[in-house]
Write a protein that binds this ligand. Sequence first.
Ligand code: DQA
Length: 146
Amino acid sequence: MPAPRILVLNGPNLDILGRRDPAQYGTVTLQELEDLVRTTAEPLGLEVAFRQSNHEGELVTWLHEALDDHAGVVINPAAYAHTSVALHDAVEALTVPVIEVHLSNVFKREPFRHVDHVATAATAVIEGAGADGYRLAVLHLATLLG
Ligand code: DQA
């Protein structure tokens, strides 16, 4: 049987992780995050597709791929979590588990970050754990898929 494939999506401004507000997001780069996800997922028998976009519609299109091609999704929608009904709807349309991750604890931050449209459709939300949140999300997906 082929290994279940999980999709890991990162939204806007996460391509500049490591150089962006390290007090909030740490110094880990997107490449290092990807390495962490892969080294967590592979021993658990999960294959990973890892993607980042600064464009809302592209993230929506990739979520649609999970209808047929992926056993689960990890998504950090970044700022679109707070604004995007389209991402909410795309996550809601999926039948596979979707774990939302935020590096920072958005509830300790500005009030405009306290609205999360994706969280109301996600299976689970992990935030404030920094890069480790991605590792925890993969572990939880493995539990759900096991
Ligand atoms: C973030 C939190 C969002 O509020 C912010 O817009 C981001 C990153 C996080 O991972 O902590 O871009 O999603």
